[in-house]
Design a protein around this ligand. Structure first.
Ligand SMILES: NC(=O)c1ccc[n+]([C@@H]2O[C@H](COP(=O)([O-])OP(=O)(O)OC[C@H]3O[C@@H](n4cnc5c(N)ncnc54)[C@H](O)[C@@H]3O)[C@@H](O)[C@H]2O)c1
Length: 316
């Protein structure tokens, strides 16, 4: 079986990890190229991956690869993914797939009729907790209220985009994935604190089924939190996405302990994403997070930003 010849495009903060994962799937794939614009990062890539050819432009290796892993800042995703698809290469693109819905829909047109895998890096899908959902399904019965929070002190990364594209995307994707329903409206408030983009955003969503959701994200906060809490008549379920712990407080629990906490398996999400990508290409399996999922998330991003800009609720 021929190995999939891979190029990782962007050797920055996350690109380093992508290269490491790509190299560890040596049965199915071979990391042949690293594409990096910035000279200091090129040097680092050469030092860390002496067997890999480092180039400064994707055009220099396009004819010698089968797949591209796109890990550049989001503002370059559209142009690079478009180029890869038009050259009939499989694509694994970090989240968000594009900066806006218009670009994502243009990629959909390019992908049409091509027998290619396009996987999007919505990595929060890979928490083991979601596979345990059956056990907690009563908490997800409508109507329920879900709160998702993802905040951290300023790290200076991803400032080419709003915090909505950077962090809220994970929660927007989880919302649709967990409820299997897209919201009907959003009412958001956002603040620019440290950059000329939104650094804080809190958005309330309504669903046809009666579900409600609140997502709060911030990249200039006092501490790091990544959590989900869901309440309905069953009680309250809390998932700590950093500690990998599930705590439930069911109305039916009797003392002396009114809450129950269990840990869940911590997984290497990036490793799982690479595994799915190479298996999808080799065994012709559908991508686990598809371009359609990417489009849904980007559409929600646009609506959150529209609501924050207009200072009013908008329908979807
Ligand atoms: N899934 C997740 O949880 C997660 C986490 C962090 C970042 N990301 C995503 O990964 C992407 C990269 O983030 P990062 O923090 O690594 O950014 P970064 O700025 O640290 O690295 C990006 C690298 O891409 C290089 N680059 C820019 N344009 C290029 C081009 N045209 N060709 C080749 N190289 C180019 C830059 O020089 C830089 O080295 C972003 O889209 C971000 O949203 C996802």
């Amino acid at each position: 079986m021929n190995k999939i010849k891979v190029a990782v495009i962007g050797y920055g903060h996350l690109g380093k990890w992508h290269c490491q994962k790509a190299e560890s799937f040596s049965e199915l794939a071979e990391l042949k190229y690293i594409v990096e614009k910035f000279p200091a990062n090129q040097e680092l890539a050469k030092k860390n991956h002496p067997q890999v050819t480092v180039v400064d432009d994707i055009a220099k290796c396009i004819h010698d690869i089968d797949a591209g892993v796109v890990v550049t800042p989001t503002s370059f995703h559209y142009e690079i993914v478009d180029y890869l698809l038009k050259n009939n290469k499989h694509v694994f693109c970090e989240k968000p797939v594009t900066e806006n819905t218009e670009q994502a829909l243009m990629l959909k047109e390019v992908l049409k009729g091509r027998n290619l895998v396009l996987q999007v890096g919505h990595s929060e899908r890979f928490h083991n907790a979601w596979e345990m959902k059956e056990q907690y399904k009563d908490f997800f019965k409508a109507p329920c209220h879900i709160t998702l929070k993802r905040v951290a002190p300023f790290k200076g990364r991803a400032t080419d985009v709003d915090v909505v594209q950077d962090l809220m995307i994970h929660d927007l994707d989880l919302l649709v994935f967990l409820f299997k329903e897209t919201p009907i409206s959003v009412d958001a408030v956002g603040y620019k604190m440290r950059t000329n983009k939104y650094d804080y955003m809190s958005a309330n969503f309504k669903f046809e089924s009666g579900h409600r959701a609140t997502i709060t994200v911030g990249r200039n906060q006092t501490k790091e939190v990544r959590e989900l809490e869901i309440s309905n008549t069953t009680g309250t379920l809390h998932i700590d996405l950093m500690k990998n712990e599930i705590t439930e407080a069911r109305g039916s629990f009797e003392g002396p302990e009114f809450t129950k906490t269990i840990p869940y398996e911590k997984r290497d999400h990036l490793m799982l994403e690479h595994k799915h990508f190479y298996e999808s290409i080799t065994y012709k399996k559908p991508a686990i997070v598809t371009l359609e999922d990417g489009i849904t998330a980007v559409r929600l991003i646009d609506k959150v930003l529209e609501s924050a800009d207009k200072h009013r609720e908008v329908t979807l």
